[in-house]
Design a protein around this ligand. Sequence first.
Ligand SMILES: [Zn+2]
Length: 287
Amino acid sequence: MKRRLITLRLPRRSCLRLLGILSLFLFLLLAASFRFGALAPDQTASRDTGQDVLHPPQTPPPIRGQVALVIDDFGINHPGLPQMLALDVPLTAAVMPHMAFTQQEAELLHQRGLEIILHMPVEAKTGAPEWLGPGALTTELSPGELKTRLDDALRQIPYAVGISNHMGSKGTENAAVVRAILDAAQEHHLFVFDSKTSENSILETEARKAGILTGSRDVFLDNAADITSIKKQLRLLIDKAKSQKKAVGIGHVGPQGPNTARAIQELLPEFEREGIQIVPLSELLRP
Ligand SMILES: [Zn+2]
């Protein structure tokens, strides 16, 4: 009996000792959690920088400027169309009227969610007349004929939210041609974008006087078609956007189209790093 009692007592003692150890362990665990709870990540943040030293922020750099990329001369099944459509960038597409693929490409670009404008041929001082394409606005036309040509062109591109000039170094200096464009813009509730093919263009200034939403081109992106030159122009656009808060570049589909699309794609990380946001043209215009 005695021996049995002894053998029974021994495990009880062991149990008590075990309980004691467990309690101590739990106490230490609780104490530790309180101690480290006080040092939770949000409180380890440096008071000087306000930054969480354990979890540095992954937020993108602040927006320092905005650019719009207007791509001209759609409607002709030009090279570069598939590459432009493949870009995940809110391009603004300027579509020419009266071309074999005007409606088809306008539809495609619209489905892609891109902002569309009418790229209206306007008389130039230089260049072959056939570059203008049919239905162009020329300085010898009557106001009635100018209006008819604009209405015809707009009917082909119902998605258009604005008008820009294709060529037009002569016409955008001409009061009657500019008046016709502004009248059409007001009638159809469109903005007016000056491609600025002439330094003496009055399109933007007259649009502003008329209270129409307007703006003009800052940089031509692909007058030289090689990829190095196009990237240089895109970096110039970034610099302008940094200093002016906003800038508009014009690129093209056509022989240089695939290179322009590639240059845009390859420079997207630089746009991001510099804090330059690409937006549809309409977001950068003002009356
Ligand atoms: Zn053009």
